[in-house]
Design a protein around this ligand. Structure first.
Ligand SMILES: C[S@@+](CC[C@H](N)C(=O)[O-])C[C@H]1O[C@@H](n2cnc3c(N)ncnc32)[C@H](O)[C@@H]1O
Length: 298
């Protein structure tokens, strides 16, 4: 386990993942009933942007650094507001702390909501545990998040969200993810699931997304609009060097999310671009033709 999120916190990939997460949590919090947040790969919770790790090759400068200084047009705001309000609250002067997914949840969740965080790296799990030791809503486990997920759903609250955000050190990570979600969805069909995945090329991502979507629609009877994906690439995906693209697949997203993302992504992609060939997409993965074929097979 070599991956440490501290080197990458606040980069473009975190921005898309975390703004989707914040929107989903805000939606869950709009109802009085409590809900549960499960983070299978939690990291350390929050990141000091002045730390050695964050300053070595500061990815955050061209990520959240740009966003915090940007003049945001009104139509791009709705998807960004729950996320950026929280960032400004945590950083009233200079941008110094970046909230990881557990901290975003801790900031947005209410007294009666619960957070279940899994982190396998012993040092990171210790840091995470220390951060939330006094927060009665939070349980931290040093445990394989994939194995934990199946046993943690459905949560007692019945409502909630699971974020699956692995480091992609393992060549079979996508297969592990698909396996984990299939098992979890069987037990919790109404839960919201967010998967983060890197985007090396659109074709490979399509293979994963469409395989999952086909299974969900034909085997599980999920309506196609219950699957949403959002991808962002900051330069040509074929370019050499650091990660150029990433995205999320959301199962059972809030019904308002697609519209909000469609309004925000053109501006977000322009703002975070680092080279020619940058772009974005927000859709359900499968084409209309695929969906007709699936309907024909049913
Ligand atoms: C991409 S980072 C998570 C970032 C975090 N979700 C966020 O958005 O702030 C992935 C984390 O997963 C941890 N990890 C790797 N394999 C794991 C596993 N099987 N179960 C739980 N955690 C794991 C790594 O140590 C790392 O901290």
């Amino acid at each position: 386990m070599n991956y440490r999120h501290a080197y990458h916190a606040g980069n473009f990939a975190d921005i898309l993942k975390h703004l989707v997460l914040a929107n989903c949590l805000e939606h869950l919090g709009a109802k009085d009933k409590p809900y549960r947040y499960i983070d299978t790969h939690a990291g350390i919770g929050a990141y000091d942007l002045a730390s050695d790790e964050a300053t070595r090759s500061p990815e955050w400068v061209d990520g959240i650094g740009r966003l915090m200084k940007a003049d945001i047009p009104d139509d791009a705001r709705p998807a960004l507001t729950p996320y950026l309000d929280l960032l400004h609250r945590m950083n009233p002067d200079e941008t110094r702390i970046y909230p990881g997914s557990p901290q975003i949840a801790a900031e947005l969740m209410r007294e009666g909501d619960r957070l279940h965080l899994c982190e396998l790296h012993p040092q990171d799990a210790k840091t995470l545990d220390e951060r939330y030791r006094r927060d009665k809503r939070v349980k931290v486990e040093v445990r394989d998040g994939y194995k934990a997920l199946k046993s943690l759903v459905p949560p007692p609250e019945k409502r909630g969200l699971a974020l699956i955000d692995p480091p992609f050190e393992d060549r079979d990570e996508l297969a592990h993810m698909a396996e984990a979600v299939m098992a979890a969805l069987d037990k919790w069909p109404t839960g919201t699931f967010i998967f983060w995945r890197s985007l090396k090329n659109l074709w490979a991502a399509d293979r994963f997304d469409n395989g999952l979507a086909e299974w969900l629609i034909s085997e599980k009877g999920l309506a196609p609009e219950k699957i949403l994906r959002a991808d962002l690439w900051i330069r040509d995906l074929a370019s050499e060097g650091k990660l150029a693209g990433a995205g999320v697949v959301v199962i059972n997203p809030p019904w308002t999310l697609e519209e909000k993302l469609l309004a925000t992504m053109p501006w977000l992609a322009d703002t975070l671009a680092q080279g020619d060939g940058y772009g974005w997409r927000v859709d359900g993965g499968l084409t209309d033709e695929d969906l007709e074929d699936l309907a024909g097979d049913a």
